[in-house]
Design a protein around this ligand. Structure first.
Ligand code: FNR
Ligand code: 8K6
Length: 347
């Protein structure tokens, strides 16, 4: 029997992946002071070009989307040119790469930019910026309807910039408690206008971004990451499931490249999702191509894909630890164990 994980996978008429193992998006905080990827980033991604698809580290769409030091952007010509070197290096090795488009919403910190911290509602998060613990989070300003319009337009513009930079497509970061996810969860969204209160209203911001991005770069090149279960920068609410129950069929109608779960450990079961894990819930409610993720090994991912639990697997920490992950799993080589100390350097 052929090995499904290591065989090509046709995402759609535009994109075919060399295999089903994706590099998960991984923030590394290593861009320069202009938020431009460096030569070290070029080399880091090129080393991993034999994965079926690289999803870039989360990349901010505009200055007020920043919540961590030295995360890259896609809103200046310098940043576009910096990313071009990355995409060219990946393509030279026959790889494919999507840009993950990010706005952190209420997890932003004004230390990084001039202006307000925007979010659906004036509900702050506890805590402080990782790696800069002296910066505690502030109460955000509820986005006005004009703010919302400009955020949607800036997601679309960043998607266009991604294509100009040579990316094969984009993944909209709708997961992990950041801006889009804040609209999708009741703990962060208490709006009383057309972006709050009902599932349809709470899904509106995400869908308007998806529609603006697909209009800009095409549905075949557009994907989204979602965290239906609240687990990071967010608290659970039993009403959230109805929002995702509404959103997922809407996304299926839009024929995106894929939907990707946003979770660190996919064995985690959510009471708010009727005891399902992230991939179980997404599989039950989304009919298109699904990317699984979250503490999988090569072997456990193979079993899950053969059992049709999802179609593609994203691997994060093991690919930080093993730039040669694909050749190791292909040849049965020994994988290095990931450890947090590996984050201090781009290898
Ligand atoms: C992440 N993760 C993450 N997710 C995301 O959507 N955008 C990002 O930029 C990041 N950044 C990031 C940095 C680091 C250091 C880690 C460890 C994780 C989450 C990541 O994509 C993935 O979902 C988890 O790491 C779970 O997969 P693994 O690592 O168990 O294969
Ligand atoms: C230390 C990492 C580099 C900078 C920030 C990365 C931001 C992305 C999120 C990763 C943080 C890991 C948090 C894990 C939460 C799991 C909760 C169950």
């Amino acid at each position: 029997m052929t090995n499904a994980l290591l065989s090509p996978f046709k995402l759609n008429d535009t994109i075919t992946l060399n295999n089903r193992i994706l590099m998960a998006p991984l923030t590394r905080c290593m861009s320069d002071e202009d938020l431009v990827p460096t030569q070290a980033s070029v080399d880091y991604y090129a080393r991993r070009a034999d994965t079926g698809l690289i999803i870039s580290e989360a990349t901010i769409i505009r200055p007020d989307g920043q919540g961590y030091p030295n995360t890259p952007g896609l809103f200046t010509q310098k940043q576009i040119q910096g990313w071009k070197k990355v995409t060219e290096a990946v393509h030279a090795k026959k790889g494919k790469i999507f840009a993950q488009l990010w706005h952190v919403g209420r997890v932003a910190h004004p230390h990084f930019f001039d202006g307000d911290v925007l979010a659906p509602s004036a509900i702050g998060v506890e805590g402080s910026v990782p790696r800069m613990r002296e910066l505690t989070y502030i109460t955000p300003k509820p986005a006005t309807l004009d703010d919302i319009k400009s955020l949607i337009a800036d997601f679309a513009k960043a998607a266009e910039n991604a294509i100009e930079a040579g990316f094969d497509g984009v993944e909209i970061h709708g997961a992990n408690g950041y801006l889009i996810d804040q609209f999708l969860h009741n703990a962060a969204n208490e709006r009383t206008d057309q972006y709050g209160q009902t599932p349809e209203n709470m899904a509106r911001f995400a869908l308007e971004i998806v529609d603006a991005v697909t209009a800009a770069v095409g549905n075949d090149r557009t994907s989204i990451r979602l965290s239906p279960g609240a687990y990071f920068n967010m608290t659970e609410d039993a009403r959230d499931k109805a929002v995702f129950d509404f959103l997922l069929p809407q996304l299926a109608d839009r024929k995106l490249a894929y939907v990707h779960g946003g979770i660190f450990d996919d064995s985690m079961q959510f009471d708010t999702l009727e005891g399902k894990t992230t991939s179980e819930y997404l599989r039950a409610n989304y009919t298109g191509t699904l990317v699984g993720v979250g503490s999988y090994s090569y072997d456990s991912a193979k079993v899950a894909i053969e059992a049709d639990k999802f179609d593609l697997i994203a691997i994060g920490r093991p690919i930080i630890a093993n730039p040669d992950y694909i050749s190791k799993v292909t040849s049965g080589g020994t994988l290095l164990e990931y450890s947090d100390e590996m984050l201090t350097e781009l290898v």
